[in-house]
Each structure stands twice: as C-alpha cells, then as structure tokens.
Design a protein around this ligand. Sequence first.
Ligand code: FAD
Ligand code: DLZ
Ligand code: SF4
Length: 518
Amino acid sequence: MKTLRFVLGDQLYRRVASLSDLDPEHDVVLMVEVREEATYVRHHKQKIAFLFSAMRHFAAELLQEGIAVDYVRLDDRGNSGSFTGELKRAIARHGPHRIVMTEPGEWRVWQMMQDWREDISPSVEIREDNRFLCSRAEFEAWAGDRSSLLMEAFYRQMRRRTGWLMDGDEPTGGQWNYDPENRKRLPKTISPPDRVVFPPDAVTRECIALVAKEFGDHFGSLDGFAWPVTRRDALKALGRFLKDGLPTFGDYQDAMHQGAPFLYHSLISPMLNAGLLTPEEVCEAAERAFRDGKAPLNCVEGFVRQILGWREYVRGLYWARMPDYAETNALDAHRDLPWFYWSAETEMNCLHQCISETRDHAYAHHIQRLMVLGNFALLAGIEPRQVEEWYLIVYADAFDWVELPNVHGMVLWADGGVLGSKPYAASGAYIDRMSDYCGNCAFDVKRKAGEEACPFNYLYWDFLIRNAERLKGNPRLTMPYRTLGRMGNERRAEIRADAERFLGSLDPRRLEDTQAAT
Ligand code: FAD
Ligand code: DLZ
Ligand code: SF4
C-alpha cells in the first residue's frame, strides 16, 4: 500500500509520528516550500532561510537512507504556493492509498487540515505530535477544572513524572527553584563565550540567495547567518553550550549587556522548534552535566525549567485554550506598534540595542523579549495583535504555539491572568539593574519626570493609573498601588502629561505601509 507522508517544515525529526512506520519500498515523503507559509506574516529573512535549508538537508538525509522524497522547492515550476495546493498536486502525481501527517504546531494550519476532510481524498490520518514531553491530552487532564493554571504547579508535576533533578520524591538539593541565585548583572570582568558559528554551506547559501531574491522586503538581515541547519550541527551546538554556557547559564540568565547578545544562552530554540533536537535529549544531557559535576544545580535547574516547564506549559496552554485565547484584550490596549520596532531608530538605548540585535540575528534572549521589548509594549498599551505579529515575524524560533502565550499572556497580560498572576510591568530601574544600557542612553534613568527622564519611569506609573480599575485589586500589585495612592494629584497629572507627550510623539507607521523594513 502506497502511503504519502507529508512532513511540515517544523517537523524535521526522523522519528516524528508520521514517519514511524515508514515503508521505504512503497512510501513517499512529501516536503514543500510554499509562499503562503513564508508570507502569511512577513517572517524575518533568516527564519525562512533557516527553515528552507534545514528542510533541504533533512530531505537529503532521508534520500541517503533510500527513502523516496518528493521535495517541492519554492521556485519549482507549477508550485501552487500553499500546503493545500501542493498536497493535491502530490496526490495527483503519486496516487497514494493513504496520507499520513503529524499534527501541526499552529492552530491556523490545524484549521486548514480540518478543511481537507471535505476535499482531500484519500483522507488524511493526523497523528499526535510526539516531539513534546507532555501530550495535549495530558496537559488538558492536568488543567481540568483548575481555576489557576500556574506554570510552577505544572513544572513540579513534570519533574515528578520524568524524575529529572529528583531524589526520590524530593527535588534534588531540596528546592524546586533557584531563581534568587539567578539574577546577577554581568560584571565587567567576565566575557561570555563566543557564539558557535556554523558558516553556511552550499545548500544554505542557495537558500539565502533565494530568500534575498523572493523576500527581500521582509524584516531582518541575512548577513552573518550562523544557525546550524542539520541535526549533526545542532548536536554540536548543544555540546558547546553544555560545556561553555550551562555552567554559568543560571547566574546571568536575566542579565543584558550591550554588544553581547547571546551571553550564556543556548541558542537552541530554532532547532528544538524545527525538530532537529528533542526536549528529552536536551534535558537529559543537562541533568547528566549536573550529575557528573560539570555544571551547578542553580544553572541546570534554571535551564531544565525553561524546557520541561515553560516550553511544555505554553504549548499545552495554547492547545487547551485556542482559538479563544488569541481573541482577548484584557487591558483594552489599542495603540499602534511604533515604527521603531522595525527600524530600531529610537533614542531609548535599551530598545535600540534589542531591536538591532533582533534584526541582525533573528534572536534576542528571554529577558530582552520580556523586560525591554515586551515591557515597553505593555506600558504603552499597544494592541496585542500587532505585538504578536511582530514577535511571530522577527525571531527564528517563532511559531504561534510558543510565541502567542508568551506575548499575549506573559508580556501583555491580554489573557487577564490565565498565564501570569500579574503583568510584568517595570520601570527603568529594573533595566538599569540588569544591564549596562542606561549608561549609553540619551535619557536619564534616575529622573522621573520631564523630557530627559527615562520614558519607562513615567510610563510605568501611567500604566498603573490607566489600568487601576482592572489591576488595583490584584494582591501582587498592592505595593505599587499603595505608593500611587500616596501621590498627590499634581504628581499624577505630571505623569499623565509626560506619558501623553511621549506616546503622542511615536511614529505609528505600519510595515505594510512601507516598501521595506530595515
Ligand atoms: P535559553 O535561554 O538557552 O533557554 C533554553 C530553552 O528554553 C529555549 O531554547 C527554549 O526552548 C526554552 N524556553 C525558555 N523560555 C521559554 C518560554 N518562555 N517559552 C517557551 N520556551 C522557553 N521561544 C520560542 O521558542 N519561540 C518564540 O516565538 C518565543 N517567543 C517569545 C516571546 C516573548 C515575548 C518572550 C518573553 C519569550 C519568548 N520565547 C519564545 C521564549 C524564550 O525567550 C526563547 O525560547 C529563548 O529566548 C530562546 O533562546 P535560547 O534558545 O538561547 O534560550
Ligand atoms: C515557517 C515556515 C515557512 C516560512 N515556510 C514553510 C514552508 O515553506 N514549508 C513548510 O512545510 N513549512 C514552512 N514553515 C513552517 C510552517 O509554517 C509550519 O509547519 C507551521 O507553522 C505548522 O506548525
Ligand atoms: Fe532604556 Fe530608560 Fe535605560 Fe534609556 S534610561 S536605556 S530608555 S531604561
């Protein structure tokens, strides 16, 4: 029986469910580069080049195994430009008896696949995605009727279930969480390791040229493309991180440093999300490093929590709550995304640095995404949809299942507190404490009011004033609201005036209104 096995661009895992019972004698693996996926949002150029090159390498590896692969390139004649069109064309070419797929990572594609029930024959068998540690069903059973879905409870259950960093029923070291040790600023005397660079091979160079030609008006630079695009290189990158990054990962996990975009981070999210690495092998390798005495517990626990905790949790939440999850706007935020998110042209040095690095590398680390780029969007009251689209575009690791809960829930609190008990709002003092950005800024982080003051300072209080009705009863915001309550009317009016002046000066041009971004 001939089976067509349709593998999507973020399912590049040899043991992915749709390939598990592959019969090399009869089966054909279908992979397609399609314009619709590259343009439903205008993804960063490096993101497209990374995925196309990883797809081409994966297809070549299958071919080497003697598996028949039908690979449609973006510029192949007759390419219809969509998953639906290419599946139909492949059915006409191969006349399969069966079509097998793994469930997609995004609601958008899931819906597309539901439509295939009507007009694709033979019908498509959709298998559970086996690239995660917690299945959708397991997450839903955990979530059940709980009123609170906090990550920490989920993470502890996952630690118990996997036995990672556990000694019997107890967490190794006696604590579940070593966060208080993981909030250090980077001292001047320490230099983080260099990024491991994977120079583009001929296949990647071809993809880079294709992207430059076809998607030249998308955001981001292709210069300095350094991502691994094969499983072999992804494992090399992981190996280097375990040796040079992990032993210091926790300490400077929240630090930001001008000119050092990667610090001690692993840079493995694009490879994890595309299937080149599995979360299981990454967590097991990190735990082994701890057991072998090669990395301390605060670093290993901090790292494992990101993957076993946050990554699995946001994916579970996404599928448990979609499609309604994306629709809420709990803080009623409607401002347009300022143009500087595309151009990096702003006098606020923290934002300038984080956006420039995002443009150059399709990467920013977690605290840059949360406490600089996200914090500004939250305080300024930018419309969730516009912020979400920006994050989905600009990062090489961005897929709806992981981007949406992080932005909608963690950053913007647009879900009204499903993911986080309070918004992560912060003034300039936080950025100053965790980075060296403020020393090079046109604004003064110590000033609270006036044109020279750091905008985060008055925007923070303006945010609390604007959203008082919604937030002042939140027990985790008692302190700031108490402080606000002690402020006189004059000071409050000054805050509002500074915020209005500053927000009114932002350029609201949209990407689609312009020829090209940076
Ligand atoms: P490290 O700091 O080395 O962490 C190790 C791994 O933990 C990451 O590779 C990632 O797989 C996982 N991880 C860490 N934090 C999270 C998290 N909050 N949610 C899910 N996984 C996590 N991550 C994405 O993979 N895709 C996204 O589109 C994405 N969008 C984000 C948007 C915002 C606003 C925020 C605050 C975070 C977002 N993250 C996203 C999570 C996190 O910022 C990135 O996973 C991380 O920066 C990737 O870099 P790294 O591999 O060096 O991570
Ligand atoms: C992100 C992306 C892009 C840019 N291009 C393709 C593509 O041409 N072919 C493909 O199979 N997948 C691509 N992807 C990833 C898909 O959007 C991804 O499979 C869905 O997001 C489902 O999770
Ligand atoms: Fe950012 Fe304010 Fe510091 Fe400037 S002073 S870098 S705007 S936090």
